[in-house]
Design a protein around this ligand. Structure first.
Ligand code: SF4
Length: 710
């Protein structure tokens, strides 16, 4: 980048769903100094290793700087004309469901908004899905079942105020490090605070845990159904709350059946005494927050897991009050913003329902759109199957790398190779997915683009540009609008910039909800470009006329009921404890192992950014398979050996790491490495694509594999 004038810009981290505020100061030598923003209410100046290394990832080497057509440089007009023409021709010949967008939680809310508007209102299909389907779709589905809307009840502050924090399928220390730091500081200040970790692995997060339950993969439904039965038998139900604010308690209790502690121990692979310790702690502690992440969501039982957890909070009335509540922590920087604009195949903008005719009418009228998608589109896994079998003939992938990150990644590669027309927008020159692009479009990167993101506690923060656009790179919103214009929708996509898009998004939220549903940021409508630029981090809801927060005056939902089902009550969801799919996923064949995939501390997704930082790459330099010593000995594998991990779908070569932190019978391999890395290790090629029947989220953490010496 040419050296810009030196001034400090407040922005938001490019990585995880914590959404930390960052101070970025470009220096005359072209470098950028990065510091935590002491005034941002998510992090109060803290940053983790990834955030603090952001300045090391801004170089232009390896950047995509020009549009290309089959790898040959072309100009923007030619590329955009061709994209618009191929989409229009496919729609004319095969109908709107023959095209699709596969987008990303890396997109800013404004990018997401226009992509969703183009597909649902102007193409007339709901075939827009996102890599957030791999991240938190089960939490969305669980929230909608329980609360009647996709509402995260609590805030980060609740973790600091709780007397017990239960962490389920969450390696908070590595995956949401600043929230972990906040929890650790709170625990140090109040040593009586307890933490329980429920995870097959003894991760670094166990360092803060008073109790670690090394549960079998996918045992969570049984554990929390058993907890519900235990709460009942130990007289810990808040019957007043249940009667006043919920429905379905009896059915949920019946589904939990006669699960006693011995039965739970058998179903989860846990020690019965540890199960009892956890249950008793939960039963006697009023202020409980249950934090859950990908170990819950990335499962073929993900939605039931979410509801099994929420059931226990509803039964005890521990929701929406300081230090209490179920809390889904999202993976990506803008997974929540994507949900707000309806950037998923089964949602409409502003948290409205695509199945609801009234909601569809509101959106269509507001957009003055010629049509509106009237049924859910294809979710991520289904979408690539439809590409493979020819139902989808034209696909545009924005800001994501599905040939590395999707389950059955080789199948996804084959589908894209056979697809008649693939468009990929990305910031980098090479990814495994870009190999299949007919048209590649250079997108603006973090630090070059302006917009908003929403973090896990519903806080909308600005990402601000502090570097000029390099080469011919352009923001995603601009690229989408230029294609829309060429498809004949110029009037609806002629925005002056992200401020105008955000304003429309805010006005739609008010129009849609009239203040009566959860997502309403009508109070943020009408900001001019300067006010938008200056916008401070803000939690939603922010209805017109309200100073801040929900009607009860603080930033938590459901302090005294007020759920979004028509009768205002929450729903208990009966969960089937012994569902066959759970057992199929959780048990390996004799001698085989269960593969669990996840993140390492210092890398992000497919490493296109963090791989640029030598400091981050020094933490863990290559992909590895973490095995329990007994399994390693049985397989004749020693520390640092090379091993091949094999499933019926593929194989990957990785380094062996022998560790007592690993549950016997299981193997952990990180998900970051790709075909672009000399070391290989593209593990999602091995993972099956079975999905949760409600959310469509694939189970990425319970694949049967064999491991042997390479
Ligand atoms: Fe960025 Fe997440 Fe680290 Fe905060 S915790 S600095 S948002 S990666």
């Amino acid at each position: 980048h040419p050296a810009p004038p030196q001034r400090t810009v407040r922005t938001t981290c490019a990585y995880c769903g914590v959404g930390c505020g960052v101070l970025a100061t470009p220096k005359p030598d072209g470098s950028v100094a990065i510091a935590g923003d002491p005034d941002h209410p998510a992090n109060f100046g803290r940053l983790c290793s990834k955030g603090s290394a952001l300045g090391e990832t801004l170089q232009l080497e390896g950047r995509r700087l020009h549009p290309t057509h089959h790898g040959v440089r072309t100009d923007w007009d030619t590329a955009l004309d061709l994209v618009a023409r191929r989409f229009s021709e496919t729609i004319a010949e095969h109908g709107p469901d023959a095209v699709a967008f596969y987008v990303s939680g890396q997109l800013l809310t404004e990018d997401y908004y226009v992509a969703n508007k183009l597909m649902k209102g102007f193409v007339g299909s709901a075939n827009i899905d996102t890599n957030s389907r791999l991240c938190m779709a089960s939490s969305v589905a669980g929230h909608r079942r329980a609360f009647g809307a996709d509402t995260v009840p609590g805030t980060y502050e609740d973790l600091e105020q709780a007397d017990l924090v239960v962490l389920v399928g969450s390696n908070l220390a590595w995956c949401h490090p600043v929230v972990y730091q906040r929890l650790a500081a709170a625990k140090a200040a109040r040593p009586a605070t307890k933490a329980v970790l429920i995870d097959p692995r003894r991760t670094m997060t166990a360092d803060i845990a008073d109790l670690h339950l090394p549960i079998e993969s996918d045992g969570d439904v049984a554990l929390f159904a058993g907890l519900l039965a235990f709460l009942k038998s130990s007289d810990a139900i808040d019957t007043d709350y249940v009667e006043a604010h919920t429905r379905g308690f009896g059915e949920a209790l019946d589904a939990a059946g006669s699960l006693d502690i011995a039965a739970v121990a058998a179903a989860t692979g846990l020690d019965a005494r540890e199960v009892r310790s956890f249950y008793e702690l939960f039963a006697r502690t009023e202020k409980v927050v249950t934090v859950y992440s990908q170990g819950v969501n990335q499962s073929v039982r993900g939605t039931d897991k979410v509801n099994a957890i929420v059931n226990c909070h509803l039964a005890t009335g521990r929701i929406g009050r300081p230090g209490m509540g179920p809390f889904s922590i999202t993976g990506q920087p803008n997974a929540m913003g994507g949900r707000e604009v309806g950037g998923m195949a089964n949602m409409l903008a502003a948290h409205m329902a695509i199945e609801d005719e009234t909601h569809r009418g509101i959106v269509q009228r507001f957009w003055n759109a010629p049509q509106i998608a009237d049924r859910p589109g294809l979710k991520a896994v289904e979408m690539f199957r439809a590409v493979a079998d020819g139902r989808i003939k034209t696909i545009w992938i924005m800001g994501t790398n599905p040939v590395v990150s999707m389950p059955e990644a080789d199948f996804v590669a084959g589908a894209l190779a056979a697809c008649p027309f693939v468009v990929v927008s990305d910031v980098v020159e090479r990814t495994d997915t870009l190999k299949y692009a007919a048209i590649s479009l250079p997108a603006a990167a973090w630090g070059e683009k302006d917009g908003t993101v929403t973090n896990s506690e519903r806080r909308i923060s600005r990402q601000r540009a502090f570097l000029p656009l390099p080469g011919e790179a352009r923001p995603d919103w601009w690229i989408v609008c230029e294609v829309a214009r060429r498809m004949g929708a110029a009037g609806a996509f002629s925005y002056s910039g992200p401020a105008a898009i955000f304003d429309e998004h805010a006005r739609l939220s008010a129009e849609a909800n009239g203040g009566s549903r959860d997502f309403d940021i009508g109070g943020l409508a009408g900001l001019d470009a300067d006010a938008y630029d200056a916008m401070a981090p803000t939690q939603w809801p922010r209805p017109a006329g309200a100073a801040t927060g929900p009607a009860n005056g603080d930033t938590r939902f459901f302090a005294s009921g007020g759920f979004y089902h028509a009768d205002g009550r929450a729903r208990f969801v009966p969960v089937e404890v012994d569902a066959p799919a759970e057992k199929a996923g959780a048990k390996a064949a004799p001698g085989g192992l269960i593969l669990n995939t996840g993140r390492v501390r210092d890398h992000w997704h497919t490493m296109t950014r963090t791989g640029l930082s030598p400091r981050l790459s020094a933490h863990i330099a290559e992909p590895y398979a973490e095995l329990h010593p007994a399994d390693a000995a049985r397989l004749g594998l020693g520390e640092a050996d090379l091993a091949v991990v094999v499933s019926p779908r593929g194989s990957a070569v990785v380094r062996v790491l022998v560790s007592g932190r690993q549950r016997p019978g299981s193997v952990f391999v990180p998900m970051h490495w790709s075909g672009q890395n000399a070391s290989g290790g593209r593990i999602d090629a091995l993972v099956g694509s079975a999905t949760d029947p409600v959310s469509g989220q694939p189970g990425l953490k319970a694949t049967r594999v064999d491991v042997r010496r390479f």
